[in-house]
Design a protein around this ligand. Structure first.
Ligand SMILES: *[C@@H]1O[C@H](CO)[C@@H](O)[C@H](O)[C@H]1NC(C)=O
Ligand SMILES: *[C@@H]1O[C@H](CO)[C@@H](O)[C@H](O)[C@H]1NC(C)=O
Ligand SMILES: *[C@@H]1O[C@H](CO)[C@@H](O)[C@H](O)[C@H]1NC(C)=O
Ligand SMILES: *[C@@H]1O[C@H](CO)[C@@H](O)[C@H](O)[C@H]1NC(C)=O
Ligand SMILES: *[C@@H]1O[C@H](CO)[C@@H](O)[C@H](O)[C@H]1NC(C)=O
Ligand SMILES: *[C@@H]1O[C@H](CO)[C@@H](O)[C@H](O)[C@H]1NC(C)=O
Ligand SMILES: CC(=O)N[C@H]1CO[C@H](CO)[C@@H](O)[C@@H]1O
Length: 499
């Protein structure tokens, strides 16, 4: 045990130079909350919390994008209450040069958005990740560190589910930049409530989400799974995808198609679709013809929600090195859609072949077109609207998530640039040949603008202008709300996008 612990410390990466203000904040937290604070075991005070060092290592290691694990905070703080978060915020205010980061599940790809080198890491997964059903049975309280798999395991017990996070939040409990704890909902602080739905981490620290519950499936039974296809089926998929997005035959149906291209010489190239239906069996034509395309593997079945989310990667994935980039496009008629997605396919093939020739190890590129149908915009409007400013009159769009995964850390600097280039290449190809094509179900709006906006924050790279993509009105409104609730700009001391 001791030997293993020493070994862990010995192989830890190069010491981070801890910021002295951060060390002062950590000292205070360690004195006030000794059971909730762990020093960097390789730092000056490491011995004080030596027996707890595995908690620090786990918090620092457990990121979806493993590149974040190179960042070593001066200490990790695992608060259990909003009051403790408030104390940490007050301390950080006393030491204005101390960097800090807030870590929920560790899902955001961008390095430094939920990790800090030398600063104070406030990590919520450890002690603030519970899901509890409220007594009226209509909503659940969820901690900021919860992962979806843990949430569904609880909601499923009563055949319930909580939906698309940003439009289903009844209340946020928030610690403001001056340490004050408030609630934001449709009655209290409604402007903050609006901003937090899609606006990101610039307004305050959310310490509790109250999410509206929905009935799940047929008595909790749902249908879904993954089908993968040979590469030659891709055109059929592109066409059916366009049809699915514009017709959306059944609101209970959802899909996530992924096109994977990897290994030296792009040897692996295969489409896969994750199917979900909120009922025991899909209705006829629920997937607009996608169900007629012959797969070579098929795991779809009637099952429980947690089994399906686990199959879709709801399980924790750590330690891969990854980059992300998102593009918005109009959903277009089949022919144009096929042209656009075929351009993605060939561009990825070319990227992976080029990277193999650059002599790197295993790489995998994926693009994932996610339907953003007018149905979603309508539902969002009915729920009070959100910061993305989705307007059903603008028609159907798709968000294409682009990912690149690599193993060799030697590519940590260059690989994100390859993906950026690919993202711009496919956008440019669209701009040159398809710009001006109206989205399906289009009624009004500036076609050039809606063909590239808004960007989906969860899939965006740090260099993409997420707030700008919400449009000048929403961006200005977000900036003024941030100013009102956080006049000193405390929240801007951590990583994230700027206004
Ligand atoms: C550190 O270890 C002590 C003693 O086992 C325990 O009470 C405390 O909760 C641990 N703290 C953390 C943050 O894990
Ligand atoms: C679907 O689930 C049922 C019941 O659990 C099982 O018997 C059947 O083998 C499954 N089918 C497939 C294709 O996995
Ligand atoms: C879910 O998965 C578990 C473990 O694989 C299995 O035992 C259980 O039968 C599955 N539940 C359903 C409803 O298919
Ligand atoms: C791959 O390399 C070729 C030749 O240098 C170049 O023309 C092409 O743009 C590159 N493709 C990508 C996606 O970078
Ligand atoms: C594509 O066009 C839009 C304007 O319609 C512009 O904002 C964007 O920068 C262009 N993207 C590329 C990669 O050329
Ligand atoms: C904290 O900031 C909020 C928003 O600016 C303000 O309403 C509140 O009075 C402040 N609290 C204290 C104790 O200064
Ligand atoms: C009171 C409490 O639940 N403390 C936990 C906080 O998180 C650390 C790290 O996972 C645990 O060790 C503590 O038990």
């Amino acid at each position: 045990m001791i030997a293993a612990a020493l070994l862990l410390a010995a192989v830890a990466p190069v010491l981070a130079a801890s910021n002295t203000d951060a060390v002062s904040v950590c000292q205070h937290l360690h004195t006030a909350y000794p059971q909730y604070t762990v020093w960097d075991p390789t730092g000056t005070y490491g011995l004080e919390t030596f027996w707890n060092q595995s908690y620090y290592s786990n918090a620092v290691k457990e990121y979806w994008n493993g590149v974040n694990a190179d960042n070593r905070p001066a200490c990790a703080f695992f608060p259990a209450t909003a009051q403790q978060v408030s104390v940490a915020v007050q301390q950080l205010n006393k030491y204005p040069t101390a960097p800090f980061a807030l870590k929920g599940g560790g899902h955001n790809f961008n390095v430094g958005f939920s990790s800090t080198n030398g600063g104070v890491l406030i990590s919520f997964n450890e002690n603030m990740s519970s899901t509890t059903r409220n007594s009226d049975g209509q909503s659940f309280d969820i901690g900021p560190g919860a992962r979806w798999g843990d949430v569904y395991a609880v909601t499923q017990k009563t055949n319930q589910v909580v939906g698309l996070a940003c439009d289903n939040v009844v209340n946020f409990e928030v610690v403001l930049g001056n340490g004050t704890i408030i609630n934001a909902n449709s009655d209290s602080n409604p402007d903050l409530w609006w901003a937090l739905r899609g606006g990101g981490n610039r307004f305050g620290i959310v310490t509790k989400f109250t999410l509206k519950a929905h009935p799940l499936g047929d008595n909790g039974q749902v249908w879904g799974g993954i089908r993968s296809y040979s590469a030659d089926k891709r055109e059929q998929i592109f066409e059916a995808l366009s049809k699915f997005t514009s017709e959306y035959p059944d609101a209970k149906a959802a899909i996530i198609p992924t096109f994977e291209i990897g290994l030296p010489g792009a040897l692996i190239s295969n489409p896969a679709i994750f199917f979900f239906y909120d009922g025991a069996k899909p209705s006829a034509n629920a997937f607009a013809g996608l169900e007629d395309i012959e797969p070579f593997t098929d795991s779809t079945n009637t099952t429980s929600y947690t089994n399906i989310t686990n199959a879709a990667g709801g399980a924790k994935i750590y330690g891969i090195n990854a980059a992300i980039h998102v593009n918005t496009f109009p959903n277009m008629p089949s022919q144009q859609m096929t042209q656009l997605l075929e351009t993605h396919w060939t561009t990825y093939q070319s990227m992976i072949k080029n990277d193999s020739s650059r002599n790197l190890d295993l790489q995998l590129g994926t693009f994932t077109p996610q339907p953003l149908s007018v149905r979603i915009a309508r539902a969002s409007q009915n729920a009070g609207g959100n910061a993305l400013g989705l307007d059903p009159a603008n028609g159907d769009r798709i968000w294409v998530e682009n990912d690149l995964i690599w193993l060799n850390p030697a590519c940590n600097d260059a690989c994100p640039g390859y993906l950026h280039e690919v993202g711009d290449t496919v956008k440019e190809a669209f701009n040159n040949t398809l710009l001006g094509t109206k989205p399906t179900n289009y009624q009004s709006g500036d076609v050039d603008w809606i063909s590239s906006n808004p960007l989906f924050m969860n899939d965006a790279a740090n260099y993409q202008d997420v707030y700008g993509s919400y449009g000048p009105t929403n961006k200005a409104r977000l900036a003024s709300i941030a100013k009102a609730y956080d006049p000193t700009g405390f929240m801007f001391r951590q990583g994230g996008w700027s206004f």
